[in-house]
Design a protein around this ligand. Structure first.
Ligand SMILES: [Zn+2]
Length: 443
């Protein structure tokens, strides 16, 4: 049963497509994970309640900047401001954005520098507006327009720096408990990418970077990073599962935002033996291409790695969930030992991956680097960040989006995982494995 006429629901089609991929992997779990798009009439009845945004425009009138969306039904909007950088956040019930996100840059008008939107967590969508100056929210409401159609209006007026800072700090106080709850709520929707972890199989957590309101790198005319890395994550999960030696878990199984801390928490809670974060960023130097494997370090290996980590660590700010800082880990001798062992294993995996990848696809000139990536901070799960290539490189962008390239490189990663566990031995890994290796003084 289709609830939307063909061509009117691209996201649903995309999700249905992905659901079928998951179904081949996960069997039983797909029923739960994609209940919202099921063909079961009883379940599908929930879908019409999701409003659809079909157009967006920025209108200037006097000193007011208006961001107006055409929306299929009235929604309750909750708007607030955040500082550093100055943003307006508008929270909505789950909404389908059947429009292209505005390209980076070139959309600056009035008080709006840029804006983005997407799924924040289960049943929650968000619009994030980057401001070009301090602004106050005049109103954020949905109401009938002159033609009778419903529109969602966000009206902004200039204000002074002090008033803006005061409004942002009020947000900080009033929103903190809810904000942290929101960030962790996304984890509830996570289901295994390849069935329940089995005791005798190492669990590999695959982390497709970005998602939902955070598109990651996005150049006009090219698919956003969040889509490229998600497709790769699916291909990799399939390959790892097909050998029957590993269980896999994805940190997100749809186009939804997941905070960096939450990604780490998912890996640790599930008892992962390896964590692979997948990215495909852009550089201003469009001639730079090839894959790079990053590990975490207190001091960056080079300026480029430091800059990338800084950019990636902003993901939570991009989605406006930076209000509550993640609690830092406990620091004692045992913790430090575990972390040192974990980092040594991360390094071994990175080296293995680089040596195997080079026979399958292009590598960056300096393919193994390190920096302070938040998403690689699990003290007890060996973690690497694989930059598949650069979407800013014409060559890479063309390759990264082809299934042939994806299958070939996913297979290289799968072989690296094989080699890593062959060296490390089965059952080693996660908190337990790292601790026992610490005890033996090995590494
Ligand atoms: Zn990225």
């Amino acid at each position: 049963m289709s609830l939307f006429p063909p061509g009117k629901s691209p996201s649903i089609a995309l999700r249905a497509n992905r659901a079928s991929l998951f179904c081949t992997l996960a069997g039983l779990f797909c029923v739960l994970a994609f209940a919202g798009i099921s063909d079961d009439p009883a379940l599908a009845q929930q879908a019409p309640s999701r409003p659809i945004v079909s157009a967006a425009r920025v209108v200037l009138s006097g000193d007011t900047t208006r961001l107006a969306f055409s929306i299929s039904a009235p929604v309750e909007a909750r708007a607030f401001v955040l500082a550093d950088p100055a943003r307006v956040i508008v929270d909505l019930p789950e909404t389908m954005f059947a429009i292209e996100p505005p390209g980076a840059g070139g959309n600056s008008r009035g008080l709006i520098k840029s804006y983005r939107f997407g799924l924040l967590a289960a049943e929650k969508s968000r619009i994030v507006i980057d401001l070009s100056g301090p602004a106050r929210i005049v109103r954020a409401v949905s109401e009938p327009g002159p033609d009778g159609a419903t529109r969602l209006l966000i009206d902004l007026a200039p204000t002074d720096v002090v008033s803006f800072a005061a409004a942002a700090s009020r947000t900080l106080v009033s929103s903190q408990p809810e904000a942290s709850g929101k960030a962790s709520a996304s984890g509830k929707a996570i289901t295994p990418g390849g069935g329940a972890p089995r005791a005798n199989r190492p669990l590999i957590v695959i982390d497709p970077g970005h998602g939902g309101v955070d598109s990651g790198a996005h150049l006009p005319g090219r698919p956003p990073e969040k889509e490229v890395v998600f497709e790769f994550a699916l291909a990799l999960a399939r390959q790892l599962e097909s050998g029957g030696r590993y269980s896999t878990l994805l940190t997100r199984n749809e186009d939804v935002f997941v905070s960096l801390g939450e990604r780490v928490r998912i890996a640790r809670t599930a008892g992962a033996q390896l964590f692979l974060s997948i990215h495909a960023d852009t550089l201003s130097e469009t001639s730079v291409s090839g894959a790079t494997v990053y590990t975490v370090s207190d001091r960056a290996s080079d300026v480029h790695a430091a800059r990338l980590a800084e950019k990636e660590n902003l993901a939570d700010k991009t989605a406006g969930v930076d209000m509550a800082e993640e609690a830092s880990g406990i620091s004692d001798i045992l913790f430090d030992l575990t972390r040192r062992e974990t980092r040594a294993y991360s390094h071994v995996f990175a080296r293995t991956l680089v040596s195997i990848w080079k026979d399958a696809a292009g590598l960056n000139k300096n393919p193994q680097r390190s920096a302070g990536f938040k998403v690689l901070q699990a003290p007890d799960v060996p973690s690497v960040l694989l930059e598949l290539g650069y979407l800013s490189s014409e060559k890479d962008a063309a390759l990264l989006t082809t299934p042939q390239w994806r299958e070939k490189t996913a297979s290289a990663v799968a072989r690296s995982v094989d080699q890593f566990f062959a060296m490390r031995g089965p059952g080693q890994g996660g908190a337990e494995g790292a601790a026992s290796v610490s005890g033996q003084g090995g590494g």
